[in-house]
Write a new protein. Structure first.
Lengths: 144, 350
């Protein structure tokens, strides 16, 4: 895993950063988690926007959460609302949209709001990992 | 009702033309069909007339001497009948026969073709609103399949391999079910004759389809189904009606959530189907317009304005009525009332 040299270790496992996956489908969270864990990321899950906001506001996540991957079509607080919240309260945390519905207008509007990537399901593991790696770089820059 | 608006009609001939006339005229409240006559006791229009409780006879002189008869519609195509009518009709009655009745028959056929076209046009226009739901429901399992398959290329644990392969199979099945649901819905309503349709099953089928067209997040579902109720009609058309009403109900609760209640009930020989939401409601001044063609409250390009018009057309064709009860910010209830398809059953099962 040469591309993740900057990793440090937590409990004996490589940790290249902490990622929050927000999706109402447990299957998606499971498979995204599987894909990212292989690249040494620690993955947290939330099933909707409301839960995602809870997670980012809880304890050390305020400081340690590096990247959020967010679906759009979700119950409670949907993806668009959650993204607006993250942008205004945690502007240094890069956001990646992972959606089942390719919509150019929506993509443009999210990218304008500062979302770093707009990925359409199904996305290959490699593509997802490199999107997260790019987002991590941005996060590092924001920390400097 | 003004008596001058009221028309008493006799239909002569119960073939395809007579039957179509019967179906059409029966829907118009200001028309009373005093009877239908045909020499052939097996003519299709006679069976239909019995269902609609319209008097059936072979006695033409008796029928046309009915008191206050204002119109005789002769669709027998028999020149002798035409001659007979002109010499024996009561002075108050007009006659529609020969080429005039053939023209009317053509117009009716044309109208029913137009109705079918409108229905199809609305369905096709509506497919657009399904796109987001379909994409979501297809791409999610695809993501699972792709992720698992990628993992399988390097997975060493045989137990995990088996488990993930099973997950992939399930995901493929889920995806193919989507296509099955939707192809059934988008096809042109099959022209088969009216058959008894189990309403509860149709409501569940409609619910599945409506999920693609609208966002059911934050919607609580309540079902009060009376077991075994059925109505007579075209199953595809009834499905269309229910999808339409459920989709509207869910749209009315968009962003705020609420409760969708589906109810079926058999009472006094009639079947009630009720679809209620706790959404935004319809303002009282709009209610008289909602069944008009091309009336829509949606943004341009979002609604065809044909939805409720088609709903009403189909419900009337099934000899049913539709009623709406709505309060702003409280919700809306649409009640469909149909004749019971199983007249032996007048009430709930014991």
């Amino acid at each position: 895993m040469s591309e993740f040299k900057s990793g440090f270790f937590i409990g004996g496992e490589a940790c290249n950063g902490r990622v929050l996956v927000v999706d109402d489908e447990p299957d998606i969270r499971k498979v995204v988690k599987m894909t990212l864990q292989k690249a040494g990321y620690e993955v947290l899950e939330a099933e909707n926007g409301e839960k995602a906001i809870e997670v980012i506001n809880s304890g050390e996540n305020r400081l340690l959460l590096d990247v959020v991957i967010c679906d759009i079509r979700m119950p409670k607080i949907n993806g668009a609302e959650a993204i607006a919240y993250f942008r205004s309260n945690y502007p240094h945390v890069p956001l990646i949209v992972l959606t089942g519905f390719p919509d150019t207008d929506m993509a443009t509007s999210f990218l304008r709001q500062g979302v770093v990537d707009y990925l359409v399901k199904p996305v290959e593991g490699e593509k997802l990992r490199s999107a997260v790696a790019r987002a991590m770089e941005q996060r590092e820059l924001a920390r400097l | 009702m003004e008596s001058s608006d009221y028309t008493k009609v006799a239909i002569l001939g119960a073939g395809r033309g007579g039957r179509a006339l019967l179906d059409l005229l029966h829907q118009i409240p200001s028309i009373e069909i005093v009877g239908i006559a045909d020499r052939d006791p097996d003519a299709p229009g006679l069976a239909r007339a019995r269902e609609l409780q319209v008097p059936v006879t072979t006695n033409v002189p008796g029928l046309i001497s009915n008191h206050g008869l204002s119109l005789i519609m002769d669709v027998t195509g028999d020149p002798e009948m035409e001659t007979y009518l002109y010499t024996h009709k009561p002075p108050t009655a007009d006659i529609l026969s020969g080429s005039a009745s053939r023209l009317l028959w053509k117009l009716i056929q044309h109208e029913s073709k137009l109705e079918a076209e409108l229905l199809q046009a609305e369905k096709l226009a509506g497919i657009g609103s399904f796109a987001a739901g379909i994409a979501h429901d297809i791409n999610n399992p695809l993501q699972l399949i792709l992720g698992l398959a990628e993992n399988l290329t390097e997975e060493r644990d045989l137990v995990a391999v088996h488990e993930q392969a099973r997950d992939i199979i399930q995901a493929v099945k889920r995806t193919s079910a989507i296509c099955r649901d939707l192809t059934g819905y988008s096809r042109r309503a099959s022209p088969h004759e009216d058959v008894p349709v189990a309403v509860n099953g149709k409501l569940d089928e409609a619910l599945k389809i409506a999920r693609y067209a609208s966002n059911f997040h934050d919607i609580e579902m309540i079902k009060h189904y009376q077991p075994g109720v059925s109505v007579k009609g075209n199953p595809d058309e009834l499905l269309h009606v229910l999808v339409n009403l459920i989709t509207n109900a869910v749209h009315a609760m968009e962003h705020v959530g609420g409760t969708l209640t589906l109810e079926t009930k058999l009472c006094e020989g009639q079947v009630d189907v009720r679809i209620s939401d706790t959404g935004c409601g319809i303002s009282p001044d709009k209610i008289p317009e909602i069944f008009e063609p091309f009336f829509t409250t949606k943004a341009p390009g979002k609604g065809t304005g044909l939805g409720l018009y088609n709903v009403k057309t189909i419900v009337n064709k099934m000899h049913g009525v539709i009623a709406v009860d709505s309060q702003i910010d409280k919700g809306t209830t649409f009640t469909l009332t149909f004749p019971n398809a199983e007249p032996d059953r007048q009430g709930p099962l014991p």
